[in-house]
Design a binder for this molecule. Structure first.
Ligand code: ZN
Length: 130
């Protein structure tokens, strides 16, 4: 178990992640491809917003299940509630102070295959449709 303190670029949004970060992932959905962040997946209960919650913007698209958060002031993506696992958050590991992304394995996740507007991938077991 570890505890990581995170912040956006301007420091307005601050949060804490409690728990093991066993790997980092990127996702190939259209949003993540543009965003380009390496993420850690953590349980909902492991994420605590310490400051700046009122400055967190919310962006949703596609099914609207995933909730993407970013700082309204500096624009940095901090974390998002995941679509495939809504009780989990993806966290931008670049926001975590002292965390070395190269200290854990790295994986590319198949988020593009989850799109309900694009072609489905049969190997994706999760829910499709609105
Ligand atoms: Zn900020």
């Amino acid at each position: 178990m570890g505890t990581w303190e995170g912040a956006c670029h301007c420091g307005t949004v601050r949060f804490r992640v409690a728990g093991e970060i066993a790997e980092t992932i990127t996702c190939d959905c259209s949003l993540c491809a543009m965003r380009g962040a390496r993420m850690a997946q953590v349980a909902e209960t492991a994420l605590t917003i310490l400051a700046g919650e009122e400055h967190l913007a919310l962006y949703t698209w596609n099914t609207g299940v995933a909730q993407h958060r970013f700082c309204k002031l500096c624009g940095v993506y901090t974390f998002h509630r995941k679509r495939a696992a809504p009780d989990r958050f993806g966290v931008n590991v670049a926001c975590l102070e002292g965390f070395d992304p190269d200290s854990v394995p790295f994986r590319e996740a198949d988020g593009g295959g989850m799109s309900v507007t694009g072609p489905m991938r049969p190997e994706w077991p999760g829910p499709h449709g609105p």
